[in-house]
Design a protein around this ligand. Structure first.
Ligand code: TXA
Ligand code: MG
Length: 337
């Protein structure tokens, strides 16, 4: 079991932050809450601490990490070039759940960026994340604090369950607000290229400049704009089946349960409340993209913890407002190779 310190999410105890900063200075790993999901933090400028992040997650070394900073000034220190668009976006959306990919400054270890010439930067708004970065006085590299390809953690218990002793200290600041990861945009090349839909919705981004969507899914052997675009990602342990309609999802779930499978059914159709099929673990999520996102990973974690074999999920509506949630469900349902 890693050491866990409970902190007030809006006003973290300076002593707890100091202990976390000392762990980072020693080359250790600290899991901490952000407004999106929990991150697994290390000093971004310490290549061996960064190597420990990859080892703890079981993440391939070519998958780059996000450097978490306090503000635009700190982000610029990590960048070889800072496009005007980056300043506009930072001014409008930082601190917050937007990650920007820019050219990497030479002094930033290549390992943080998975060997790429770029670096992803984001200034989180969560007071605990900010206190940690501020206490360290420099960037904190942090992927989501889960095993490679697994569900992202939205409460501290998810981190402990997934990473155990591989993390030195967990700051427990309660549940994350957004529940889905940051939106990632690549700003090299003049345009805003969306690499990962996320907590900042695309309509908001479009108000700030023209958008381009990167290819939806990378295939084996393709050059990838971002490793997070791998087909399988964000997956529960149970097999996840995505089914178009509520009626069909329910029918499939009941059928599988009758074959002796332990089944979780995740729907957002309010009709589900009226008649619950007996042996299934049914979860009704809100029919609102932000509310759904807040509970999505937590619900999938709970069903995994309950030991279900299969999770049948009703697909979410088409359209931009739902695209971050739809993206995670689609990747989570993608079969393991
Ligand atoms: O909300 C978040 O972004 C959370 C919290 C902890 O901040 N972090 C997170 O990190 O989701 P991670 O490592 O799980 O996902 C980072 C995403 C991946 O899709 C990765 O491929 C992409 O950002 N990424 C990071 N650096 C990149 C780079 N230099 N070029 C292209 N994509 C990059
Ligand atoms: Mg992740």
């Amino acid at each position: 079991m890693p050491r866990v310190i409970v902190v007030d999410p809006s006003a973290p105890d300076p002593d707890a932050i100091a202990q976390a900063v000392l762990v980072l200075h020693g080359g250790g790993l600290v899991a901490f809450p952000t407004e999106t999901v929990y991150g697994l933090g290390a000093r971004a400028l310490d290549a061996s601490a960064v190597a420990r992040v990859f080892a703890a997650k079981g993440r391939p070394p070519a998958h780059p990490l996000i450097a978490h900073v306090l503000d635009e000034r700190q982000a610029r220190d990590l960048a070889a070039a800072w496009p005007a668009q980056a300043s506009r976006l930072a001014g409008a959306l930082w601190p917050g759940p937007l990650t920007m990919v820019v050219d990497r400054a030479e002094h930033v270890p290549a390992a943080v960026a998975g060997g790429a010439g770029s670096i992803a930067v984001r200034a989180p708004s969560h007071p605990v994340a900010r206190a940690l970065i501020s206490g360290l006085g420099e960037a904190v590299a942090a992927p989501s604090a889960n095993r490679y390809q697994g569900l992202s953690p939205t409460i501290a218990a998810h981190v402990v369950k997934e990473l155990g002793d591989a993390v030195d200290l967990v700051l427990d600041g309660g549940p994350c607000d957004a529940g889905v990861e940051s939106t990632v945009v690549d700003l090299r090349g003049g345009l805003m290229r969306v690499l990962r839909p996320g907590a900042v919705n695309l309509a908001r981004l479009r108000e700030l400049g023209p958008l381009q969507m990167a290819v939806e899914t990378a295939h084996e052997g393709d050059p990838r704009a971002s490793p997070g675009m791998d087909a399988r990602h964000y997956a529960p342990r149970a097999r996840l089946l995505l089914v178009e309609t509520w009626e069909k999802a329910r029918r499939i779930a009941v059928g599988l349960a009758s074959c002796g499978q332990r089944v979780g059914l995740v729907v957002h159709d309010a009709r589900e409340t009226t008649a619950r099929p007996g042996p299934l673990a049914v979860r009704l999520l809100p029919h609102d993209p932000a509310e759904y996102a807040r509970l999505m990973y937590r619900t999938l974690h709970e069903l995994d913890d309950a030991g279900v074999d299969v999770i049948v999920a009703q697909a979410v509506p088409e359209g931009e407002a739902w695209c971050a949630v739809a993206d995670r469900l689609r990747r989570g349902a993608s079969p393991a190779p």
